[in-house]
Design a protein around this ligand. Sequence first.
Ligand code: URA
Length: 266
Amino acid sequence: MLDARRRAILDALGIDVWRLRTQGPGARSEDAVSRAADQGPGTKADESTADRVAGNSPPAAESTGVAPPPPIPSALPPEPSALSWEQLHATVRTCAACALHETRTQTVFGVGNQSARLMVIGEAPGAEEDRQGEPFVGRAGQLLNAMLAAIGFPRDQVYIANIVKCRPPGNRDPGADETAACRAYLLRQIELVAPELILAVGRVAAHSLLGTDEAVGRLRGRTHRLDPGDIPVLVTYHPAYLLRQPQEKAKSWQDLQAAWHLLREG
Ligand code: URA
């Protein structure tokens, strides 16, 4: 049987799932399609069998009466860890791995210098980001831009991404299943950028990146290390929090100065 996730991915890829019609030679069961989806990409037969799975040419069994050959290809997207920027972006654009895809306007992949020394990681797109398809474009984003410019790293020189690529409805925190579903995409972005320093803004980003539930107030002020990758990570308050609690801006300013010092030494 096809499970719900595999069905969702096949749906997202626009591939029709065949249903069992008859038993015996020539019948192609759901299990066969399911196994096809389990095989993994990269074989030469991918295209032709994908065509068959998509119904573009008849299965051999229908014309010969002989049982079809073992299915080879995969309709599943490849592992994010092997993808180029373009492939990763295309995979994220059609991602249906968690429920957030049902309510998003569009995915919000990330933006900026793909060879940046500094990578900023936030929580999740808000309403404005969901509309524009770019992270940190609302009021919090304007504050973030100003803070970055103040340490000599204007927005277009850094790379900005979020823990999850789709807006959680009502701006709620992303759930553990949602951050887990997006994790491989973010790790591949980090791997591709290979920044000297990551600035985690806000509780959700810090907790997800560092695998802790300590308060931001306790996480800031020291250098953490990303696992995997061993990249230095600094934590600071989320700019949306600073808009609500402007008295905390001085602490964030200290955090950005610490970032500047680490990058100057690097
Ligand atoms: N808050 C975030 O964490 N990320 C955005 O992209 C916008 C607001």
